[in-house]
Design a protein around this ligand. Structure first.
Ligand SMILES: Nc1ncnc2c1ncn2[C@@H]1O[C@H](COP(=O)(O)OP(=O)(O)OP(=O)(O)O)[C@@H](O)[C@H]1O
Ligand SMILES: [Mg+2]
Length: 333
């Protein structure tokens, strides 16, 4: 179990400041997700915590102890990467045992930990196979098993599921969440997928250009994004952002309304619109509409069985309670 505190942590590669001075507290046993677009610094931040990169400035404390200059092996953390990096010639059992052999852990204890990890990860029947005889999801579980047997005080995951197909990703997502509930160990999980962040995290850290834009629970970020960046990044389909002077009836520099918070009527409503392209997902329908006086189309989410004919006139009404307002700096009002 570990509590991790970053204080004014900063990282530059040459002249490029990849992580601007930031502060972050990760509580013992918490599941924290770092999310943000490609290149925003997620992996770098994780590698700083792991000790795989040196900080340019600031301190990293693990359980109250300054660990800034501590070598990775001494930090008690285990990292799981996107590429599983399993040894192809070794069985699953030997792959999982590998870090324990390096650490010269007694045989009997190795066996106990392997069996316990295999049980947690549903790998018991595969211990004598080689990685080439496993599916992608099973291989990823072996990589996690190798981290579990080290009994780390925290797990660090860097996009561990991005090599898997969509269905397997959803399954593994739940398995990792389940694993966290069982082990109650601190986990830090990096992803660029906001759905993964929303479904797995106790706490989400939204990164953008090396800066933390917002930290909060999934619903805090969804309900009260502090700025335009978070507003547009969290939620799918993304929030509609409308110039204040074009959004008749609502005042602010920019206003935001999520596609699921707009009601539709063929009779009357705040905004008169023409229906454009519709996307039928079965469970929902997303359609795009051109509102009179607005430059950008609005996306609306409706019931999957709703029939809306392209080119027809409809009226859209944003739910007043769910409207987000932003100033000229993009900050929530
Ligand atoms: N060793 C390095 N030397 C120079 N620049 C680097 C180095 N490692 C990363 N960077 C730069 O730092 C920035 C952040 O990289 P990082 O790998 O942390 O991004 P990321 O958020 O993990 O992105 P992705 O989602 O694509 O994995 C990028 O602009 C990258 O080019
Ligand atoms: Mg990365």
């Amino acid at each position: 179990m570990a509590r991790i505190e970053l204080k004014n942590v900063e990282k530059a590669f040459g002249k490029v400041e990849v992580i601007k001075p930031l502060n972050l507290d990760i509580e013992d046993g918490e599941f924290v997700v770092f999310v943000g677009p490609s290149g925003c610094g997620k992996s770098t931040l994780l590698r700083l915590i792991a000790g795989l990169e040196d900080t340019t400035a600031g301190t990293i404390e693990i359980d109250g102890k300054d660990s800034t200059s501590m070598p990775p092996g001494k930090r008690g953390l285990a990292m799981v990467f996107q590429s599983y990096a399993l040894y192809p010639h070794m069985t699953v059992r030997k792959n999982i045992a590998f870090p324990m052999r390096m650490a010269k852990i007694p045989r009997a204890e190795q066996k106990r930990r392997i069996e316990s990890a295999a049980e947690v990860l549903n790998l018991t029947d595969y211990l004598d196979r080689r990685p080439g005889q496993l599916s992608g999801g099973q291989r990823q579980r072996v990589a996690i098993g190798r981290a579990i047997v080290r009994e780390p005080s925290a797990f660090l995951f860097d996009e561990p599921l991005s090599n898997l197909d969509a269905a397997l990703r959803v399954g593994m997502r739940m398995e990792i969440t389940e694993l966290h509930k069982r082990l109650e160990t601190t986990m830090i999980y990096v992803t660029h997928d906001q759905v993964e962040a929303m479904t797995m995290a106790d706490k989400i850290v939204v990164l953008h250009d090396g800066v933390i834009e917002q930290t909060g629970s999934p619903l805090e970020l969804y309900n009260r994004p502090v700025n335009l960046f978070v507003a547009e990044f969290i939620g799918s389909p993304k929030m509609n952002i409308i110039n204040g002077e074009q959004a008749s009836g609502i005042d602010a520099y920019k206003i935001g309304i999520r596609p699921e918070h707009i009601s539709i009527s063929t009779q009357s409503g705040l905004w008169k619109a023409t229906v454009g392209v519709a996307e039928h997902l079965g469970s929902d329908t997303f359609f795009h509409a051109k509102v009179e006086g607005m430059s950008d189309p609005i996306t609306v989410r409706t019931d999957g069985n709703m029939q809306v004919d392209r080119g027809s006139t409809i009226y859209l009404s944003p739910d007043e309670q769910k409207v987000h307002r932003f100033d000229s700096q993009g900050i929530r009002i």
